[in-house]
Design a protein around this ligand. Structure first.
Ligand code: SAM
Length: 429
């Protein structure tokens, strides 16, 4: 293991490299001021810089943890660590939940900010309560006190205000994932051995026997927010739709019909990039496709169609070239995945493909960076708490395919660079 001094020296030399590159690109220097760039500039095409950037992230994490010591690492995990994402810990999350629930962000103008007194009057909490919440939040760079009585936005809080999908994702994290996370140990103990979605921590937290997607169907406001949240997930560069758009040999298909899901944002991205994809059918629950249909760009109305469909029923679109399921199977047990995929098999034609766009879990320390690894581990546990299922390794994906039907085989796995997901191709033998 590198020493403190070695880590510090490596961070210094990589930082100099990255800063020089930013200057050469005329890029804005990263900051947390309101007018800062929302994301670190893309390093695509500059592999050496990406390696240096990821090394800095790894090394600074390691240096940080070495300097606080193992006991304090544990305390921070349980009491709130300054993680740069909303999968943070209890105190951080409870504070963000208050900010969302009481609509703090909207009470603070982007231009000029607000005093604690003004925020207090608008959110209906006392000034000391508002101060406690804002000052804790400021440690995570969401809002900032620029004088003892005055609060302004940071880049992170302004991003939430400006981007509805990011706000939906934030709301889903603090109002659905966070309560579920507090119930995970209870659920694992109570339902030992079960892989049923109704035995999840989410169901315990929301006192329901309806798995999350059925629950959302009965709560249209939450459902609409969930679909915004899924779009917000796409703001994460590791989840960019471009990984799907550019990560599969779509041109090989010639003129093709594609079946996809959700509110259609992926089908729209594919349609825009690949004119040879002549028909794109979007299938999901009724409310979801209705929302998607209402937002379809008019120039795509002849190519993109919407259809309410329960994927446990027989697949109605016959002989499509590709059936895409992005982030579907990770929500379900192997038995249920097999049921879902089995409904497609009878309508496939020779050459039809099923694409699963999913994480392929690797053993510890096998990912290219701790950022990628953190995502993979967090999403694995998120599936466990929300749906009582888990992400899968390559052998486990092969097992899913075997469980469907012996006429199918897993033919290729594409892992686009920088993508959290792989594209798993399944074909008829
Ligand atoms: C994690 S989201 C993935 C959404 C989208 N594919 C994406 O890439 O972001 C899971 C999707 O499965 C849909 N879903 C869940 N149960 C379903 C069912 N029985 N039939 C059809 N769609 C379903 C949900 O409505 C939701 O859109």
């Amino acid at each position: 293991m590198a020493s403190i001094k070695e880590l510090g020296e490596r961070i210094a030399s990589n930082s100099a490299l990255v800063e020089k590159w930013l200057i050469s690109k005329n890029a804005k220097m990263p900051s947390f001021e309101q007018d800062a760039e929302e994301e670190f500039p893309s390093t695509a095409g500059d592999a050496e810089i990406e390696v240096a950037r990821l090394a800095i992230l790894d090394d600074t994490n390691m240096l940080h943890d070495m300097l606080i010591g193992p006991g304090e690492v544990l305390r921070r995990i349980c009491w709130g660590e300054f993680l740069p994402e909303m999968y943070a810990q209890a105190i951080d999350n409870s504070v963000q939940q208050c900010i969302y629930h009481f609509n703090f962000l909207k009470t603070i103008p982007l231009e000029g900010g607000a005093t604690y007194k003004e925020i207090s009057a608008k959110v209906g909490l006392s000034e000391p309560q508002v101060k406690a919440i804002v000052r804790q939040s400021a440690m995570n760079r969401v809002l900032r006190e620029n004088s003892p009585d005055h609060v302004i936005h940071t880049a992170s809080s302004a991003l939430l205000l400006r981007n509805h999908a990011m706000m939906d994702w934030y709301g889903h994290c603090v109002e659905e994932m966070f309560p579920a996370s507090a119930k995970i140990a209870e659920a694992l103990e109570k339902y030992q051995g079960s892989t049923a979605a109704e035995d999840s921590a989410f169901c315990l937290a929301f006192n329901t026997k309806e798995p999350i997607y059925k629950f959302l169907e009965q709560h249209p406001d939450r459902q609409a927010r969930f679909f915004g949240a899924m779009e917000g997930v796409g703001k994460d560069p590791g989840h960019s739709l471009q990984h799907v758009v550019n990560g599969y040999p779509w041109a090989e298909l010639g003129n093709a019909t594609i079946v996809g899901g959700s509110s259609g944002f992926m089908s729209v991205a594919l349609a825009k990039a690949h004119p040879n994809l002549t028909k794109l059918v979007v299938q999901d629950y009724k409310h979801t496709i209705e929302e998607g249909a209402a937002q379809l760009p008019s120039e795509l109305s002849g190519r993109v169609e919407f259809m309410a469909h329960n994927f446990f029923d027989p697949q109605p679109t016959t002989k499509a070239d590709v059936y895409i399921m992005r982030h579907i199977c990770h929500n379900w047990s192997t038995e249920n995945c097999a049921k879902i995929i089995r409904e497609i098999v009878p309508v496939m034609k020779p050459g039809s493909k099923i694409l699963l766009i999913e994480v392929v879990v690797m053993p510890s320390n096998m990912e290219e960076s701790s950022v990628a690894e953190r995502y993979m581990r967090n999403v694995d546990v998120t599936m466990l708490q929300m749906l009582n299922t888990q992400e899968r390794s390559e052998p486990e994906w092969r097992e899913v395919v075997r469980a469907v039907d012996s006429c199918l085989e897993l033919t290729r796995i594409f892992k686009p660079k920088g993508s959290w997901d792989s594209i798993i191709e399944i074909s008829l033998k």
